[in-house]
Design a protein around this ligand. Structure first.
Ligand code: KG4
Ligand code: ZN
Length: 338
């Protein structure tokens, strides 16, 4: 069974091939030019996907030593994401499916992230807790099987990655914020400033906009960014990072105590954060749970997770018609590919 996966939901064009159980290609082309604008420009993103998707498919097939006709299942991300960007990959995949007369599966990007731990050698074991932390989403889920996903909580405002991106911009560190904040924080004092962690009524919800505002107020109180020396900025970055990580770990800890799970998987772009990783390792070992954090290649947006998710859906008897529409937002109460 050969699965082709295509991901174009945001600023990464990615194409992957899974041949039986082997990932034979996971090519990722990142649109670095967005950093000149301080964030992703949707129209430029769509155009760049359009230029790169076809050559990337060709390279992925070559790398896997297969021809297009050998592919059994064609899949692409249908949402959530930038609608124009999604349209490129989804329409391309539908076109291939139609012309080659192959089965088609539309994949929910978040579901792709949820199961991305299965691309690792050490895989999550059901039931597991999935913490999805990306630029657009922060979700805590109880995953009982490939077709039983229950939402425990989500962010009521900003996503964790969004908070990293906004605070990085505020501190003049650039885009994307996560890696920049992490780097600055390495030389910072994380205990210098005690930024607040939101306490919410719902036990598994998150909130990061208050924290972002607290950083803004702190900077304003110092007379603005121009009044801060390099060390002070690093200390703010480190203190902010600690607060985000504490908030995430706090909710994860609560869920570990209340649900009888075998594993914990932290996925999405923010799962690349080294402090989050460090604290998650401590938490998992204290509770005797298996921890799976995908390696960098599978943390950020990639088509390997899309092809893998498509395969699991196909194996559960799910395929989609070619009139399947892309969707920009996540309907968190009903994962759409199920
Ligand atoms: O999953 P992803 O690649 O794209 C989305 O689907 O959103 O996540 C991107 C997010 C960005 O907000 C980026 O700042 C964040 O992941 N990120 C990090 C790190 N690397 C990427 N956040 C914290 N620490 C990092 N090392
Ligand atoms: Zn993502």
């Amino acid at each position: 069974m050969i699965v082709l996966g295509i991901e174009t939901s945001c600023d990464e064009t990615s194409v992957a091939v899974i041949k039986d159980d082997m990932l034979t290609a996971n090519l990722i082309s990142s649109q670095h030019f967005h950093k000149n604008y301080g964030g992703v420009v949707p129209e430029l993103s769509s155009r760049a996907h359009l230029q790169i998707v076809n050559p990337l498919v060709k390279s992925a097939l070559e790398k896997s030593s297969i021809k297009l006709e050998d592919v059994d299942l064609i899949s692409a991300t249908a949402g959530p994401g930038l609608i124009g960007a999604l349209l490129v990959g989804l329409t391309y995949a539908k076109g291939l499916s139609l012309s080659l007369n192959k089965k088609f599966v539309a994949v929910n990007h978040i579901e792709g992230h949820i199961f991305s731990g299965f691309l690792m050698e050490e895989k999550p074991e059901f039931p597991f807790l999935a913490l999805v932390v990306s630029g657009g989403h922060t979700l805590l889920l109880l995953v009982k099987s490939f077709t039983e996903i229950y939402k425990l909580g989500s962010t009521v405002d900003d996503a964790a990655g969004e908070a990293f991106d906004k605070v990085s911009k505020l501190l003049g560190l650039g885009y994307p914020g996560g890696p920049k904040i992490q780097k600055a924080a390495e030389q910072g004092d994380e205990n210098r400033i005690n930024f607040p962690i939101a306490e919410l009524k719902e036990p598994y919800n998150f909130s990061f906009s208050g924290l972002k505002t607290a950083v803004l107020r702190y900077v304003q109180h110092q007379g603005g960014i121009q009044n801060l020396d390099e060390q002070h900025i690093k200390d703010i970055a480190a203190s902010f990072q600690l607060s985000v990580v504490k908030a995430l770990i706090h909710k994860l800890k609560k869920a570990i105590s209340n649900f009888d799970v075998k594993s914990v998987s932290i996925v999405g772009g923010v799962a690349a954060n080294s402090l989050l990783k460090e604290k998650a390792i401590e938490l998992a070992s204290a509770h005797n749970k298996k921890l799976v954090i995908p390696r960098l290649e599978f943390c950020g947006d990639n088509a390997a997770m899309i092809a893998f998710r498509a395969k699991t859906l196909f194996e559960s008897g799910i395929t989609h018609k070619l009139d399947y529409k892309p969707y920009p937002a996540l309907d968190e109460n009903s994962f759409l590919s199920l």
